[in-house]
Ligand binder design. Structure first.
Ligand code: NAP
Length: 324
């Protein structure tokens, strides 16, 4: 089978496409014939050796896929060859076949295309875990989303609205913010041009925001935290800016606020049932049409370099998909 391979750490231009051996499943695993793979920021980190976990070289990047189950390992229940599925794979998805945990592989609705399904797991499962499990979001609360035009940002806007929240989308360009409004954001802040804290206070009539979703880190984190409400929850999702922020500890004290870590990889490894419950809710929303993943652009698999560069250039609104 054909696979995009990382043979040494570096940028997308370092990757190659080669023929590799077909896969066989081990216990608790399935082999998926990949039809489409969603691209996410972690894919750009793992090929540089900068992610939380690191497979041995050579490996294929690609943390989420949609496709057809080809074979199942021992101990796998509820999945069989021929099933149409989506799966969170951590890596390996930019290939014609991928090895996946059965416990993080889900049958997709009949009307859902592989392209759509490939963009519907990682950012949505992370965002629902962030808002519901870690943020304890309640209907009527206000959610501020940083990096709101990106994958996590878009999913967080859509899910916060479905959960009955008021959403303030924050991003670096007016074009991204117009897009955020078109998918449901109630208010927008251009953090390149406007003062994040004072605009957020103005929008919330001085109350501050209840929940902040931060997949960006860097310079905006402290300004965002200074706009948090009493008993607010600051959700640490990622550091797309490349900078891990530092925060004065008096700030959470003054607001009785919480800084809460969010790690979907830890959820699907350690709390399988919680993750499956969350994904079941997502699939219900996808099936009913209340939720639809937003695809910015789809590329053929061999254009992986252009696709990754689009993510790194901050131009993407929603998700990028590679078609195998
Ligand atoms: N915790 C978890 O379980 C989990 C799961 C998935 C992803 N993540 C993390 O969440 C973060 C976002 O992932 P994503 O897939 O949503 O990424 P994405 O689609 O590329 O969006 C990231 C956003 O961050 C902003 N940004 C600021 N500086 C940037 C830079 N130097 N390069 C790229 N973007 C920059 C951009 O918005 P503006 O231009 O508007 O600032 C961009 O839209 C990543 O750090 C990723 O590793 C965490």
């Amino acid at each position: 089978m054909k696979a995009v391979l990382c043979k040494s750490f570096g940028g997308p231009e370092n990757l190659v496409i080669e023929e590799v051996e077909d896969l066989t499943p081990e216990e608790g695993q399935v082999i998926i014939s990949v039809k489409a793979a969603g691209l996410n920021f972690p894919d750009t980190l793992i090929i540089q050796g900068k992610y939380q976990f690191q497979p041995d070289l050579p490996f294929s990047p690609g943390g989420e896929v949609a496709g057809v189950v080809k074979s199942v390992g021992t101990g796998v229940e509820g999945l069989k060859p021929g099933d149409r599925v989506m799966s969170g794979t951590s890596w390996g998805g930019l290939a014609e076949e991928v090895r996946a945990r059965a416990s993080n592989t889900f049958i997709i609705p009949e009307q859902m295309s592989y392209e759509q399904a490939a963009a519907s797991l990682m950012t949505y499962a992370t965002s629902i875990h962030a808002l519901k499990d870690r943020g304890q979001l309640k209907a009527g609360e206000t959610v501020m989303v940083l990096g709101a035009g990106g994958g996590i940002g878009v999913a967080s806007i859509q899910l916060a609205k479905l959960m009955g929240a008021k959403v303030i989308a924050c991003a670096s360009t007016d074009e991204k913010l117009d897009f955020c409004r078109s998918i449901g954001a109630d208010h927008t802040i251009n953090y390149k041009k406007e003062d994040l804290k004072s605009r957020a206070k103005e929008i919330t009539d001085g109350q501050g925001v209840d929940v902040i979703v931060d997949p960006v880190g860097g310079d905006y984190a402290e300004a965002a935290f200074r706009s948090i409400a009493r008993f607010g929850r600051y959700l640490v999702v990622g550091f797309a800016s490349g900078q891990i922020p530092r925060l004065p500890f008096n700030l959470p004290l003054l607001k009785s606020a919480s800084i809460v870590g969010v790690f979907w990889g830890s959820l699907f490894r350690n709390d399988v049932n919680q993750n499956r419950e969350n994904v079941a809710q997502l699939l219900e929303w996808f099936e009913s049409g209340e939720l639809e993943s937003v695809i910015y652009h789809s590329y053929p698999l061999d254009q992986y370099e252009a696709a990754m560069k689009a993510l790194l250039n901050q131009e993407v609104k929603g998700k990028i998909v590679l078609i195998a």
